[in-house]
Design a protein around this ligand. Sequence first.
Ligand code: GLC
Length: 746
Amino acid sequence: MRKEELVQLIGSLTTEEKVGQLIQLTGNFFDAEDTVMETGPLKKIGFNEETFDLYSTGSLLNVVEPKNIYDIQKKNLAKTKHNIPLLFMADVIYGYKTIFPIPIAQTCSWNFDLIEKAAKVMAKECYDSGIHVTFAPMVDIVRDIRWGRVLESPGEDPILAREYAKSMTKGIQGDESILPQDHLAACVKHFAAYGAPIAGKEYNGVELSEEALHNVYLPSYQAAIAAGSKLVMTAFNTLNGVPCTGNKWLNQEILREEFQFPGVLISDYAAIEELKVHGYTANDLESAKMAIENTVDIDMKTSVYANHLPALANENPEIMKLLDDSVLRVLELKNDLGLFEDPYRGLDPLDFSKGKRLTTQHRQTSLQLAEESVVLLKNEQVLPLKKAEKVAVIGPYGEEKATIGFWAITGDTKDTVSLLEGLKQLADEGIVLPAFAKGCNILPASEVDQYDKYSQAIDIDIHSEETMLEEAIKVASNVDTIVLALGESTYQSGEGGSRTTPCLPKNQVKLLKALKKLGKKIILIVYAGRPLLLDEIVEDVAAILYAWFPGTMSGQALANILYGKANPCAKLSMTFPRSVGQLPIYYNSGSTGRPVQASNPNHRFASRYLDEDNSPLYCFGYGQSYTEFAYGKVELDKESMDENGTITASVTVKNTGNCAGKEIVQLYLQDIAASVVRPVKELKDFRKVILDSGEEKTLQFKITEQQLRFYSPKEGWISESGAFNLFIGKDSEDNQQQGRFYLIKN
Ligand code: GLC
């Protein structure tokens, strides 16, 4: 339809019908059998059946079965008065049928072309299943491993988060404004800074300076919006005392004016109703007025708009104008999806399951991304395994197929390749098939109940813990090498998954310590939705592969890495702390006026702890390979530049090992003196290069004035004349400063 026709359509709606377009419900209101994830308060929500026409509803949340979507749409069109199709939106964050590694793992690949390719696969499967909007990408920067949603975050760095935002948005939407076939609308979330809750506690308040917001937390949302994200979702948290869903500065000044966002702003689940729970409004009437004045276009899963917005709009022409503007944005989204012409977009009534069939091609993409997301944290020359090596796989994740993470709500763990299944697939390549013993449950039986409704899904073996441990010791005693597959439960991360001490479950540590006494080589594989605290076990094992939750192809990816068919190349997108006391810990921090001096590390009056080292266990950008890379001297083509100039930094990287490998070469800058203190190091660019054994490549990085800018509360985005230190290396602690240059502004 043309925009004029949309405006005309709005003019024909009653006020209640207009408000209906701003309401989002779940499928149960439409008798859908979907039992997909409900993440908000599970209560009947107070719609007034007399005044609310169910068939004026604008959109549905998390109806994901194609036949359900078709049937509901058909019924809705038969009953709605203006032939306005429903929008179907869902949480498909990192895969619909083919599940990819969790986002925090994906960004460890630093391969954003591959991430975009994976997002295209996800979009295709959603399109074929009739879904119109996915609530992705989530681009909340995170610096605290206690927070459960690290799982779906791009990590701690603004550059990686920005690249992730762009790649995901383009993969999901394509790069045209009218959403083409095989694509759907993206919804960047959670606006804003939901990843910085005080104490890492879920839904807790966020207190951030304007400088930190602009320099660290806002760029990734802006990148998704610049890439054309059709929707933005508000965050649950308060930002400096004001809930994001009612935050005029955030939604008007930043989102609508500074970012020029023209699309649909949707609340998070029940977030409009929660304005009063925060203590920001006195009642739902005030919340409805506050939200519509913040241009929140869709009320997800509450009756606040339905019960209060019609009267507010009828009494106040300004509210009516805001209502009309919101309805227009929602109808334009439906129009961009072509729903007025084809309300069954993507669906084939003769083949509803086409989006739910795993294809070899899609599996292959997931396998490649999983292989590039697993981080080799430690390797005392025990990996890759030799085919003839006698190996035992010990641990609950040896046979576990729930390795797709908490948010893969449309995934089926029956499709997942377990570690043992992945190893068996290498049998015809001559590896000695491993023995197996579970050793223990993922969680102690005593802890399961606290996981609420998810406790039924948590596997507790029929054998006693003692029996399982004895069996594991017996099996491990007969081999050379133990591959120990441990990790946190799927239900210990994700939304509502904050933990005060995120470490391996204590029953699993007990198993590890018992196996350690056998004196065998232990290769530890860790499955987790976040960096875990590994300090109590890191010395007990000879190698660590950090698998995160690798998705559908988990076991094949890990088997290929264990036996060297895939050479690990991932590098951490988030810092691993030594202890909870260090949190929040991140690489791009300030110097302080009293940094610890290497020459006097125990000097009392320095920025340090008495009982812990300042350094992380593993730093941002760290990851090993089966080969080695040597970096040559960095050359700068000039010493200074003006604001229109550039400086080119060149470095030669050589593969000095005996197998091919991929290296992620990282360029960091330090603005030595600025009107707002800058971090000791900021990632500004990177290259992922493939080098054969003995091969070398000279890489060039072009530095522009744009990359030297920072946000100053007084002056906005500025660069300042002065000196910059330059570091090029394999990770954020590779400290050889290799260059200094000057920006000289006229
Ligand atoms: C949840 C999450 C959000 C999700 C929404 C719909 O509570 O915060 O990420 O998209 O509700 O399920």
